[in-house]
Write a protein that binds this ligand. Structure first.
Ligand code: UN1
Length: 503
C-alpha cells in the first residue's frame, strides 16, 4: 500500500492498516488511530497506564537535575540537531499528519516547517536568555535578575496541530533547561510516536533520553495524573475553553503554573476601501483551511454594507470551487474533519443555526461515502445568534453586516474568546482605530492578513477565555523559567532598603 511508504520512512515498524503495533510499549489498554479519510484503522497502540506514568515522570524529574546544569548554548546545540532531523522528515511526517488527522499535505508539511522554525528560533534563544540589571538604592550594592530552569513541563496538545504546538513548547522548554512530559491528543497517537522516535534518535546517542518524554494515554487516566502532579510546576495546555477551565482549576489548586492556549472565535473586518481580492483569499484560507479546525480559524466575517453583497457572492462562488477529498491528493483544498464526532458537532451546530434564524448561503451538508467529509459552509448571521458566540470546530463561517467601524469592533469584541483578529483596509485611521486600546481585544491583531497562519517569531495566544498564555516566539520563553532577583552587598555596611534604621 503506497500510503504506508511514509510510515516506514519514519521508522515506525510493525504497524499495518488495521494491524497492531508492538513497538510502542505502554502497558495499558489499546488505542486505535483512525484516519478520517476513510474511517479505517491505521494502527493500534498501547496506551500508558499509571505505572508507565510514574516511570516517565521519574525519568523526566531525574534528567532535569542534569539537563539544567548543561549550559544553555549546549542545550541549543542539541536542539539544532533535532531541528535538522525534522528537516529530513518534513515530507513523510507532513504526510502522516495529513493521514492521521485530515489536513491537506501542504498544511501537514507546513506544520513540520513550523517545528523546524521554532527549533531554529530556540537555538538562537539559547544564547539570549537575558536577565536585567538594576541600580540598587543602597551604596556598594548590585541588583540583577536571572532566569533559572523551572522543572518538568507538562505539555498537553490538541489533534489539530499534533506536531507544531508540541514543538513550540518543547523546543523552548528544552533550551530553557526544562525536561518535559507530553500528553498528545488521543486522536493523533501515531504522529506523536513518529515525532518521539525522531527525538529519541537524536537525544539517546547524546545521553539525553529523558529530556523529552511521550505519554500516550487518556485524559481521564494519565492526563489527570499529570495536571495534579506537583512534580510538574508548569502545565502548558492547548485545547478547548472547557478543557482549559478544568486544567486551570486543577493546577491552580496546587498553586502550579499554567500556560493556556484555548479556543478562538476569530473575526475579519472588511472595510469599504479593502482590497477585495486579498480579503477574499484570506477569508478562504482562514475559514476553509484545516477544515475550520485551527484555533485561529476565521469563524466570523464582518462586511461593511457597501461591500457586503459583492463579497458574499464572490465567497459563495469560491466555496463552490473548493475541492474536498483525500488530503494526500495534491489538488485537494479541504480534507475531512478529524472524526465522526466532529461531523456530529457540525450537524448539531447547523440545526441550532437554523433554529436561531441563520441562513445557509452555501454548504451545510455531510458528504456521502466513507470518511468524515463535510461541506464548507457560509451563514448569513445576525448579532443576536448565540451559536455564533461558540467555537464550533468545523468550517462554518458566520457573515455579519455593519455600517461603522465602531459597530464592527463592538460586535467583534462581544464574544468570550480573544485569540486572533484582522481588518482589511488601506485607511490609516481604520488601521489605528483597530489597533488602539479601544480596538481589537485579541492576542493577535492583523492588518490585511487573515486570522490564521501566524509566524513562530511572535508570541502566540489570546485573552479572555482563550486563557492568556503565550507560546512560541518573542519573550514567551519566560513562562518556562523561574525568575530570581539577586541583591549583592559588596560594601562593609548593612544599609536597609527604604532607609530603615533598625537597632
Ligand atoms: C492552533 O490552531 O492551535 O497561526 C495553532 C496558525 C498556526 C498555529 C495554529 N501557526 O494558524
Amino acid at each position: 500500500m503506497a500510503k504506508l511508504d511514509f510510515i516506514s520512512e519514519l521508522g515506525i515498524k510493525d504497524i499495518n492498516p488495521g494491524g497492531f503495533s508492538t513497538e510502542w510499549l505502554g502497558s495499558g489498554s489499546d488505542l486505535e488511530s483512525i484516519t478520517p479519510t476513510d474511517g479505517s484503522i491505521i494502527a493500534t497502540v498501547k496506551q500508558c497506564d499509571s505505572g508507565d506514568y510514574e516511570k516517565i515522570m521519574q525519568d523526566a524529574t531525574s534528567t532535569f537535575k542534569k539537563w539544567r546544569m548543561e549550559p544553555a548554548p549546549k542545550r541549543g546545540e542539541v536542539i539544532r540537531k533535532l531541528g535538522n532531523e525534522f528537516r529530513k522528515y518534513k515530507e513523510p511526517l507532513g504526510k502522516l499528519i495529513s493521514w492521521e488527522m485530515g489536513k491537506i499535505q501542504a498544511e501537514g508539511e507546513g506544520e513540520v516547517q513550523e517545528m523546524i522554525d521554532i527549533a531554529d528560533f530556540a537555538v538562537g534563544l539559547s544564547r539570549q536568555l537575558y536577565g536585567k540589571t538594576m541600580h540598587s538604592e543602597r551604596p556598594g550594592h548590585r541588583m540583577y535578575e536571572q532566569w533559572h530552569p523551572l522543572g518538568v513541563v507538562g505539555i498537553i496538545s490538541a489533534f489539530n496541530f499534533p506536531g507544531a504546538v508540541w514543538a513550540w513548547n518543547a523546543m523552548i522548554a528544552a533550551v530553557c533547561g526544562d525536561t518535559m512530559v507530553w500528553k498528545p491528543s488521543s486522536k493523533t497517537p501515531l504522529t506523536s510516536i513518529a515525532i518521539q522516535k525522531i527525538v529519541n534518535n537524536v537525544m539517546e546517542p547524546m545521553g539525553w533520553a529523558g529530556v523529552m518524554n511521550l505519554l500516550v494515554g487518556s485524559s481521564r487516566d494519565v492526563g489527570e495524573m499529570l495536571i495534579h502532579d506537583r512534580r510538574a510546576p508548569l502545565i502548558s495546555a492547548t485545547g478547548s475553553c472547557g478543557m482549559g477551565r478544568k486544567i486551570g482549576g486543577a493546577v491552580s489548586k496546587r498553586l502550579g503554573r499554567t500556560l493556556l492556549e484555548l479556543g478562538g472565535n476569530n473575526g475579519i473586518i472588511v472595510m469599504p476601501d479593502a482590497d477585495a481580492d486579498l480579503a477574499l483569499r484570506a477569508v478562504l484560507f482562514g475559514a476553509v483551511g484545516t477544515s475550520g479546525q485551527r484555533c485561529t480559524t476565521t469563524r466570523r466575517l464582518f462586511l461593511h454594507n457597501s461591500v457586503s453583497e459583492d463579497m458574499t457572492d464572490r465567497l459563495v462562488t469560491a466555496y463552490g470551487q473548493v475541492k474536498i477529498g483525500d488530503p494526500l491528493n495534491g489538488t485537494t483544498l479541504m480534507g475531512p474533519l478529524v472524526d465522526d464526532g466532529a461531523v456530529n458537532d457540525y450537524n448539531e451546530a447547523l440545526k441550532i443555526i437554523e433554529e436561531q434564524g441563520g441562513k445557509i448561503l452555501c454548504g451545510g451538508n455531510v458528504l456521502d461515502g466513507s470518511g468524515s467529509f463535510v461541506e464548507p459552509t457560509i451563514i448569513a448571521a445576525t448579532p443576536d445568534m448565540e451559536i455564533a458566540r461558540e467555537e464550533t470546530f468545523a468550517p462554518i463561517l458566520y457573515v455579519f453586516d455593519f455600517d461603522s467601524i465602531d459597530e464592527a469592533i463592538t460586535m467583534h469584541n462581544s464574544v468570550d474568546q480573544g485569540l486572533s483578529s484582522s481588518i482589511f483596509t488601506g485607511d490609516m485611521q481604520s488601521v489605528e482605530r483597530f489597533l488602539s486600546h479601544a480596538g481589537s481585544d485579541c492576542g493577535i491583531a492583523n492588518i490585511n492578513i487573515g486570522t490564521s497562519g501566524a509566524e513562530i517569531g511572535g508570541a502566540f495566544g489570546g485573552e479572555k477565555d482563550t486563557g492568556g498564555g503565550r507560546e512560541a516566539g518573542s519573550d514567551s520563553w519566560k513562562s518556562y523559567m523561574r525568575r530570581q532577583t539577586n541583591t549583592l552587598n559588596w560594601s562593609d555596611e548593612l544599609p536597609l532598603a527604604q532607609g530603615i534604621e533598625f537597632g
